[in-house]
Design a protein around this ligand. Structure first.
Ligand code: KG4
Ligand code: ZN
Length: 347
């Protein structure tokens, strides 16, 4: 097998991204460029991502991202081997923009096309960044997703559990909204939480009393709303300190639930006879230092290696799509002009 140079495209949510990755057997994968154009500014007045605005912005930005990724990598289309594109799951307009762009490039440059599941992109990121061997346990925590997976190959994922309602990133975003903090909520809540006292608000840890690896985060948001309203009723308003304490309590609850459910997943995984278990994290919420610290100490206690990709590769990016595309291509996967964009696409 020879070295592959792959262009990856990502446009399934609110980031338009293109990247060039080089994969050579026996060598660590190389990210030659990774361009991400976020849309936070476009959606900031709406309290969430507006699908129509997102799709239009992706359509406008994809070409620019592709050109930039090629020029930063000092490559032209003739030097590429494969085009990989997120074909779902996600906001359908954005996914369609990416798939159409990829088809255009593939047809124009005569290159093979590979459709990639966005979740597989996240789930394979530790192989891109740290050359982690299969199998490993993956905690994928983002704005739209929350799953504990055993990753055995680029197409073989066993789901041990996940959220039954909101994703943790969604809970961070809603919490930020309830407290008047900016979007995306994760970084804002984390920043506030660093100033708070963990002893003031003790929020519930949903589903910890129930066996298995499923999680729930929507009740936590309701508890936070109630606590906020109580403070406002008692004091006539919410001080900066109150807000920080609420964030600290909320973040601690999310972190505890994720750590505890991951502990159970590790136990299930260990029962399969995993000799040197590895836990890898991905998704935007994995950027959270408190959550990382909880998982790290769990791994230290259980003799598990902990792998956390750099933050820029935990959040949405196209390098992970290019890399997953490379593995799929090497395994014989090809798509044609019939490749469809899918809003839903379970792993
Ligand atoms: O993976 P991602 O970029 O997009 C998808 O959802 O696919 O994740 C974005 C989510 C947002 O909900 C954001 O609030 C959350 O990740 N997030 C964080 C942090 N940084 C981003 N949540 C908690 N703490 C953070 N530091
Ligand atoms: Zn994502």
């Amino acid at each position: 097998a020879k070295a592959l140079t792959i262009l990856g495209l990502e446009s399934s949510c609110d980031d338009t991204a293109a990247a060039i990755v080089q994969v050579e057997p026996g060598q660590p994968a190389r990210i030659l460029s990774s361009v991400v154009h976020g849309q936070d500014m476009l959606h900031s007045n709406y309290g969430g991502v507006v699908p129509e605005i997102a799709a239009r912005a992706h359509a406008e930005k994809l070409d620019i991202c592709v050109k930039q990724s090629l020029s930063e990598a000092e490559k032209d289309l003739s030097q590429l081997d494969v085009i990989a594109v997120t074909a779902g799951p996600g906001l359908i307009g954005g996914v369609m923009s990416g798939v159409m762009c990829a088809k255009g490039i593939a047809a124009g440059a005569g290159l093979p096309l590979v459709g990639v599941n966005h979740l597989a992109g996240h789930a394979l990121t530790p192989r891109l960044t740290d050359a982690v061997d299969y199998p490993y346990l993956m905690l994928l925590v983002s704005g739209g997703h929350c799953q504990l997976l055993v990753v055995r190959s680029c197409t073989d994922f066993t789901r041990l559990g996940g959220t039954i309602d909101d994703a943790p990133g969604e809970a961070f975003d809603k919490t930020a909204r309830l407290l008047g903090l900016p979007q995306p909520g994760g970084p804002a809540v984390e920043q506030e939480a660093a100033q708070g006292d963990p002893g003031i608000f003790n929020f519930p840890r949903p589903l910890l009393d129930r066996a298995g690896c499923d999680m729930s985060f929507s009740g936590l948001k309701t508890a936070l709303l109630r606590a906020r309203d109580q403070v406002v009723a008692e004091k006539g308003g919410l001080s900066r300190a109150d807000r920080s304490h609420l964030c600290t309590g909320f973040q601690a609850a999310v972190s505890d639930v994720l750590t505890e459910k991951t502990r159970r997943a590790l136990a299930i995984y260990a029962d399969e006879g995993a000799q040197h278990p590895t836990l890898a994290v991905a998704g935007g919420v994995a950027a959270n230092a408190t959550i990382r610290a909880g998982l790290e100490s769990l791994c230290a206690q259980t003799g598990t290696s902990f792998v956390a990709p750099p933050l820029s590769l935990c959040t949405d990016n196209a390098a992970m799509i290019a890399y997953a595309g490379a593995e799929l291509f090497a395994a014989g996967h090809r798509d044609d002009m019939g490749l469809a964009a899918r809003s839903r696409w379970p792993l």
